[in-house]
Ligand binder design. Structure first.
Ligand code: WTA
Length: 629
């Protein structure tokens, strides 16, 4: 099937996918390399939440990312690694070098007895070894579970226990701006007493020496034993799991979304190619996301490699050594396609135009955003100051669960509209439903965003909990996948995502479940109960506001409470503000009225409505006053 090169291709593919999805996706699957090509596109349905893609095909994602690339892209640079410290040496890896290093690491994993279906946890900062070990897992059919190296030991332990990882790979020190994170210490604390974790592999830079303890191995020595050797790719069924990635949900326990081998791969390849439209051999991609999140999986690790393009890998943060770092990197490497989060754009805008002005960035062709709704001011700034008003912006809407981009402008092909994700990709059927499950039609429709038809990128399950997978995504609107987002659609079919409609807060583009934060806050011995909501924040998009009742009135425990959160989850989930109160608004049955708290936090007090059914209606007035103080 041809790639999308103009608007009529887009229309044609959309039509074909709608008419006969089975044949469409089967034909699409020919874009991939297979050990054995599939005869079935998918089986199952949304009612059962049991859709399986390409179940009778056999492939391996590294066959496509690496072996396939040896034919034409052997000497092409796959990765330009830019270290946190601009003075440290930058490293290049060609496709051939990457492939070789992955195979050595794959053999090293095998030597420890890791086999197809075993789980390996990766807790590293954005260094090439993270990419290499991730691909090495895929090479031998081990399921990788990358955990963002900013999560606390407690959060890491919870994830390692949930997926029963046999091996943990980490690096001694994670460098982020002027911070040195001792990742190894976090792993040691997280795995203490977990006997099923057989080995911890430690990568370290020459300057960070490590004293190895029991069951620890030095990454460099470990892979050195296999220098120059080959490790053929394991044959995987299309619907074998490729990876687990944890994300927050509306209960306290994070969900390990499981993505499949072939469906995920096809969606990563097709969505990357269609949205970003990297056409010239000179084009260079840069996605700033960390591999600890889905964006780093699909548009750093897999999408670009599947399409044989060159890309930048960046270890650091946007404002180190100063707020021009992104623009320097774009000029240094001549980046053509740049993909980042609105929160980074807002932070860099706030730093002042002087940081961006000196950089012409003539190489830039396409700008992308992901992770949260972008506000008009930030969109304009990105368009004018970064793209110098000549680059289309692709505002890409998608989720950990969806595997890849679902609704987005296709660069140069469909029309961008500020702050709108715009149109669905071919094969994606969005639908807006109201609370009574009635379909919202016509111009200016608004409702809960659902997807009406299977597509290859959707996660297969929640690790070890198929029931929760069904309940979370397929029970609110039977027969549909429910995204948890609200959206609007204009007369031309363009979507604008309005944000989460569930108990998930999007802080700087990171999903945080309110229940997780409440659980952490409630651990403080002085706390009686708490309710957490999101509220608008000029840089973070949303920030966390906690309403807390304590044993002794007038306790100021902000710092201590945030310490609990840092310990339980990590600093990303810290509260922006805590309001201490004697009473939370409750129904007669004792339920905290979070809806009212959300209205207070959004300054929509006129929409609170009738409070007479509460046990303590006077608490509402009091909280409104406190919020404004
Ligand atoms: C939000 C990130 C508006 C949305 C890829 C979604 C967006 C959640 C956009 C998923 C966008 C993502 N416009 N909102 N372009 N992209 N979101 O799982 O609320 O980390 O449900 O995946 O981010 O976050 P996740």
């Amino acid at each position: 099937m041809k790639a999308i090169s103009n608007f009529s291709d887009y229309q044609e593919l959309t039509q074909l996918a709608e008419n006969d999805p089975q044949s469409f996706w089967l034909e699409m699957s020919q874009k991939l390399s297979w050990f054995q090509a599939p005869k079935i596109a998918y089986q199952g349905d949304f009612h059962q939440a049991n859709v399986r893609w390409f179940p009778d095909g056999q492939t391996n994602i590294t066959l496509n990312c690496l072996d396939q690339q040896m034919q034409q892209n052997k000497d092409k640079v796959a990765i330009y690694f830019e270290p946190n410290d601009p003075k440290e040496e930058a490293v290049k890896l060609t496709y051939e070098e990457l492939s070789q290093q992955v195979q050595e690491c794959a053999l090293a994993l095998k030597s420890l007895g890791v086999k197809k279906g075993d789980v390996v946890c990766l807790y590293l900062s954005m260094r090439p070894e993270l990419l290499i070990s991730t691909l090495a897992c895929a090479r031998i059919g081990a399921i990788h579970s990358v955990v963002f190296a900013g999560f606390s030991a407690k959060a890491l332990r919870e994830r390692i226990e949930d997926c029963h990882a046999k091996i943990v790979i980490t690096n001694k020190t994670g460098l982020r701006g002027n911070k040195n994170l001792n990742l190894l210490a976090t792993v040691e604390e997280a795995t203490d007493g977990l006997n099923f974790v057989e080995k911890t592999i430690i990568y370290h830079r020459p300057q960070d020496q490590v004293q190895l303890k029991d069951r620890q191995l030095d990454y460099n020595q470990w892979v050195a034993a296999f220098a120059g050797q080959q490790c053929p790719a394991e044959k995987m069924q299309g619907d074998d799991p490729l990876f687990i990635l944890y994300t927050s949900g509306s209960t306290g326990r994070p969900k390990g979304l499981v993505h499949s081998t072939a469906g995920y791969m096809l969606w990563a390849k097709f969505s990357f190619e269609s949205v970003f439209q990297m056409k010239s051999e000179k084009d260079l991609f840069w996605c700033t996301a960390d591999m600890g999140w889905i964006t780093g999986h699909t548009y750093f690790a897999y999408g670009p490699l599947l399409n044989g393009v060159s890309q930048v890998m960046f270890e650091g943060v946007p404002n180190y050594p100063d707020a021009s770092r992104f623009w320097q990197i774009i000029e240094k490497y001549q980046v053509s396609h740049f993909y980042t989060a609105p929160t980074a754009i807002r932070a860099l805008e706030a730093a002042g135009d002087d940081y961006v002005k000196p950089y012409e960035m003539n190489s830039l062709k396409v700008l992308g955003t992901v992770g949260e709704p972008i506000n008009l001011e930030a969109w304009n700034w990105y368009h004018q100051k970064v793209g110098k008003s000549r680059c289309p912006i692709v505002d890409t809407w998608w989720q950990t669960e969806t595997g890849g981009i679902m609704i987005s402008t296709l660069a140069g092909i469909t029309q961008p509209i500020a702050c709108h994700a715009t149109l669905p990709l071919p094969g994606i059927r969005p639908i807006l439903l109201n609370e009574k499950a009635e379909v919202q039609e016509g111009a200016n429709a608004q409702g809960h965003l659902c997807i009406a038809q299977p597509w290859p990128g959707l996660a297969m399950s929640i690790w070890g909990d198929q029931k929760r997978f069904h309940e979370t995504y397929f029970s609110t609107y039977p027969g549909h996948y429910f995204t948890g987002d609200g959206a609007k659609r204009d007369q031309d079919g363009n979507y604008r995502i309005t944000g989460r409609v569930d108990d998930v807060i999007n802080v700087s583009g990171h999903r945080i479940g309110t229940a997780e934060v409440e659980d952490a806050i409630n651990l403080h011995p002085q706390v009686v109960e708490s309710a957490v909501v999101g509220y608008p924040h000029p840089i973070k998009g949303q920030a966390i506001l906690a309403f807390v009742t304590t044993l002794n009135e007038k306790q100021e425990l902000d710092q201590e409470i945030n310490q609990y959160i840092t310990q339980e989850i990590g600093p990303i989930a810290k509260t922006e503000r805590i309001i201490f109160t004697a009473h939370l608004p409750k129904t007669r049955s004792g339920k905290i009225m979070r809806r009212i708290l959300r209205k207070i936090a959004h300054n929509e007090v006129e929409q609170i409505g009738d409070t007479s059914t509460l046990v303590n209606p006077e608490s509402v007035e009091q909280l409104i006053n406190q919020f404004h103080n």
